[in-house]
Ligand binder design. Structure first.
Ligand code: FES
Length: 251
């Protein structure tokens, strides 16, 4: 005799538990599924970030949000590290400042970030970070690579010289627009953002031309055509709204 499936509705998922921890000696509480970065921000503690953006899945690409956790000698990317009971987190120290400065220096040295002639000059998150961290010059050599500029799209430009490989374009295109046009090709210093199967952006068959990738790009890598130096400011505030709408629809 076959047993009939139970008509009992599935039990609701248990609500997430609360964890208590200290961040910079302040006792805070957070949901167990919250990252250290979010818990810090909820409590007014700012940690520098570059690849992170509200509304997109965190990937821990830039490592600027590193924090110290007492009891461990290694550093943790706070955007992808969940809070834990009794954790003691330090978000600012001489060691962290040194690492963050070095990361920003390496980003500047790896490509050609010439702010004076950049369309995003004055509206650039990398430039803001350099100012915040006091990066006035580089202690590592510039690599001065010869990188292409893809202006094949009728409305947008992709300048590889300004790209920091934060992957925001890849994530917004896949997670919010659902087009999956962008991806990363290659590894390490040879890594590049690409459209479709590494073809010119203008000939992409998946790009919808929505421009979300341009708006979330933290630097002058993805910009609108026709902008001159300092004119390109990004509009990132639409993202949390879009994510909220998507969640409402799926309920
Ligand atoms: Fe956490 Fe980039 S913001 S690694």
């Amino acid at each position: 005799m076959s047993s009939r499936p139970s008509a009992k509705p599935a039990a609701p998922a248990p609500s997430s538990k609360v964890k208590t921890l200290t961040i910079d000696d302040r006792l805070v509480s957070a949901r167990e599924d919250e990252s250290i970065l979010d818990a810090a921000r909820d409590n007014g503690i700012q940690i520098p970030t570059l690849c992170n953006l509200d509304g997109l899945t965190p990937v821990g690409a830039c490592r600027l949000c590193m924090v110290e956790v007492k009891g461990s000698s290694r550093l943790f990317a706070s955007c992808v590290t969940m809070v834990g009971e009794g954790m003691e987190v330090v978000t600012d120290s001489e060691r962290l400042q040194k690492y963050r400065k070095t990361i920003v220096e390496l980003l500047f040295s790896e490509r050609n970030h010439v702010c004076a002639v950049c369309v995003s000059n004055g509206h650039c998150e990398l430039q803001n970070l350099a100012q915040l961290l006091g990066v006035t010059h580089l202690t590592v050599p510039y690599l001065n690579p010869k990188l292409p500029v893809d202006a094949s799209h009728e409305r947008f430009v992709n300048d590889h010289n300004r790209c920091v490989l934060c992957q925001r374009c890849v994530r917004v295109c896949g997670e919010v627009e659902g087009a999956h046009t962008w991806d990363i090709n290659g590894r390490g210093i040879g890594a590049r953002v690409i459209t479709d199967l590494n073809q010119p952006w203008g000939s992409s068959e998946t790009c919808t031309g929505c421009g979300k990738c341009v708006q979330v790009c933290p630097t002058g890598a993805l910009t609108e055509k026709g902008k001159s130096v300092r004119e390109m400011s990004k509009r990132t505030r639409f993202l949390p709204y879009l994510t909220m709408m998507r969640e409402d629809r799926s309920e």
